[in-house]
Design a protein around this ligand. Structure first.
Ligand SMILES: C[S@@+](CC[C@H](N)C(=O)[O-])C[C@H]1O[C@@H](n2cnc3c(N)ncnc32)[C@H](O)[C@@H]1O
Length: 342
């Protein structure tokens, strides 16, 4: 018999979903460790064949594969398992966008999160990623492993801004370039694009290797060091890119960085900011809120920004026409804001 919901106490579904996500996370890691996705890259296999090829226990293998179907990382038809679009792109080890290294990394970030309770009591970061010595150690690995997270979105940004039709020559400054993920699609779309990539010396090796891998190395030059100390040319760039750097700088240093970008851009030039953008109250969406805590754990001033905060900071630094880009797949949550130097 149907019962009215108002009279009942709610079940703890919201909580059990979170606990479940931890198990799902381990299922993904185990499937990567066992090469399940890579083994399926040449076509669908039955659970018997797959468990034989990977030397797995048959009962366990069938349960794991069915679970991967439930999580939409595999499809199942006529008792055979095959890759889905997302697993083909990100979970097969020889894909250019393989995310396995990032997913399986036993990195500092995980250790930081284990100390969240302590940090809440002390108010102190448990490590400081943006101090030069730590940055040189931490960022080369991070910058390279996060490339697949952003490359498809960076391609959409280059498309949305008409990179292939920009009047030549186009000079880009990719500041805190990391793997150069945000500038490579511009260089690939337009042979008249040249890029100055700025980052710490150890990270620039990573930048150069990605520029080489994507066939644009001949149009990259490098500005080595902490941006605070690297002199920038005045009014020469058509585009300046700040990919995921403002959040580790915090609000006050970000104002200085935006002013430096305004100085380097030509009048009418464009600034591109990739960031995790929070709502005005900073109470959602969940990922920017989690990322704000990630910055609390790893910096003294790092934070996430709302769109209104970015607008205010940008207009104070001499920018106008601030716009959050509309990009495929992202709905209203696209992580990229652009502005024009007045
Ligand atoms: C989160 S990574 C982002 C890299 C890349 N832009 C991206 O979006 O994938 C931050 C980058 O900023 C660089 N970085 C951090 N602080 C910096 C500073 N003070 N000067 C120059 N680069 C810095 C790091 O080395 C790292 O490559």
């Amino acid at each position: 018999m149907a019962q009215t919901q108002e009279k009942r106490l709610m079940p703890p579904t919201k909580i059990t979903e979170l606990l479940e996500a931890k198990w799902a996370n381990q299922v993904l890691k185990t499937a990567l460790e066992l090469n399940v996705f890579s083994e399926l890259k040449n076509g669908a296999l039955s659970w018997q064949d797959l468990s034989c090829r990977l030397a797995l226990d048959q009962r366990g293998a069938k349960l794991l594969l069915d679970c991967l179907v439930a999580l939409e990382f595999l499809a199942k038809k006529d008792e055979k398992y095959s890759l889905t679009k997302i697993s083909e792109l990100y979970l097969v080890s020889d894909s250019q966008l393989f995310l396995g290294k990032y997913i399986l990394a036993k990195d500092d970030v995980e250790l930081n999160w284990q100390q969240l309770t302590k940090a809440m009591r002390t108010g102190e970061p448990v490590c400081q990623v943006n101090q030069d010595s730590k940055a040189e150690e931490f960022f080369p690995q991070l910058a390279s492993s996060i490339f697949p997270l952003n490359f498809t979105t960076a391609q959409m940004v280059a498309d949305a801004l008409g990179a292939n039709k920009m009047p030549s020559p186009v000079r880009i400054l990719d500041l805190a370039a990391g793997s150069a993920v945000w500038s490579i699609p511009f260089a690939q779309a337009n042979p008249h694009v040249t890029v100055d990539a700025l980052d710490f010396p150890a990270v620039l090796n990573v930048t150069a290797s990605f520029a080489g891998k994507y066939g644009v190395a001949d149009r990259y030059t490098y500005l080595s060091g902490n941006w605070r100390n690297v002199p920038l040319e005045n009014s020469v760039y058509d585009l300046v890119i700040l990919g995921h750097i403002l959040h580790s700088e915090g609000k006050e240093m970000s104002r200085q960085l935006l002013a430096a970008c305004a100085g380097a851009l030509k009048s009418g030039g464009r600034l591109i900011i990739a960031e995790f953008i929070a709502s005005e109250q900073k109470t959602g969406p969940s990922f920017p809120c989690l990322f704000a805590l990630n910055m609390f754990l790893a910096t003294t001033a790092g934070c996430v920004f709302s769109l209104a905060e970015l607008e205010e900071m940008l207009s104070q630094s001499g920018f106008e026409q601030v716009e959050r880009l509309e990009l495929p797949f992202w709905g209203s949550q696209a992580p990229v804001v652009t502005a024009i130097k007045s």
